[in-house]
Design a protein around this ligand. Structure first.
Ligand code: FMN
Length: 255
């Protein structure tokens, strides 16, 4: 299984066997993480692998998931660091999934102070992972996701590859399965927006940006798999516009 295929069969795993993973596998995951290209080059980040196998290192919060391993990202706090962190962590999640292990993002739980103090930059988010105690994969049709009509406005007829990229994006995991992304799609560009959550706007703003980064990873992995050249930019014409229900994030230009 490659990372593209993992997009279609991954599900969040919340129950793990308390079993160690071979060091070669862990070090391969860390090497993959360290070699990942960033979405935003000039934001320094650090990954930290936490093992709970011998000593409990402490993750706290109402939505914590007990797992044998966690990988945490800390980042310089500037620009689109939250989108960048989500983008990098989703690739790690899909990589781990493709190796036959389970993962779950942890936004509702955080490492304790002792652990946070060992991190080089500001803690952003972590990913629990390990050997699942139940099934690892599911069919993509079983994923609970909003219908395409609720997320996407097609302004022109687009080819099946672009629709497939949107399907990959739609399957991305998000905190509370909130799926904050919205798309306006033309033949040669996809404008990406965040749906404003009026009630929880302030609370959800940061985590929604991580979600957007996660979704972008899926979109870019799908583009690569389908041999579609894409580039990302922010259009001034949309950046300065005030949309009632949505916040403009960026535009993906195709070809
Ligand atoms: C940024 C982020 C934070 C999350 N935080 C938690 C969490 O704290 N606890 C948890 O059990 N699941 C968490 N999840 C998992 C989501 O609830 C899950 O991805 C979503 O419900 C969709 O389910 P699926 O991943 O099985 O498709 C988080 C997901 C994301 C993307």
């Amino acid at each position: 299984m490659n990372m593209y295929e993992a997009i279609f069969s991954r599900k969040s795993i919340r129950h793990y066997k308390n079993e160690a993973i071979e060091w070669e596998v862990l070090s391969d995951i860390l090497q993959f993480a360290d070699e990942l290209p960033k979405l935003v080059d000039d934001i320094a980040i650090e990954f930290k692998l936490v093992s709970n196998i011998e000593t409990k290192q402490g993750f706290y919060g109402p939505f914590t998931v007990k797992a044998p391993y966690y990988i945490c990202i800390s980042s310089e706090k500037k620009g689109d660091y939250l989108i960048n962190a989500g983008y990098m962590m989703e690739q790690i999640s899909l990589y781990i999934t493709s190796k036959g292990l389970g993962t779950c993002f942890l936004g509702g739980a955080a490492p304790g102070k002792g652990l946070k103090d060992t991190m080089r930059y500001d803690y952003v988010i972590s990913l629990a992972f390990g050997i699942p105690s139940g099934t690892l994969y599911r069919d993509s049709h079983e994923a609970k996701r909003l219908d395409e009509e609720e997320l996407v406005v097609y302004k022109e007829d687009v080819d099946s590859d672009i629709r497939q990229m949107i399907t990959a994006a739609r399957l991305a995991p998000s905190s509370l399965n909130n799926q904050p992304w919205r798309f306006v799609v033309y033949k040669n560009r996809i404008h990406i927006f965040i749906r404003k959550n009026i009630a929880l706007y302030k609370v959800m703003d940061s985590i929604n940006k991580i979600d957007i980064g996660i979704m972008l990873a899926n979109l870019l992995i799908a583009a690569e798999e389908l041999w579609i050249d894409v580039s990302i930019s922010k259009l001034d014409s949309l950046k300065n516009k005030d949309f009632k229900n949505n916040q403009y994030v960026l535009t993906m230009t195709i070809g």
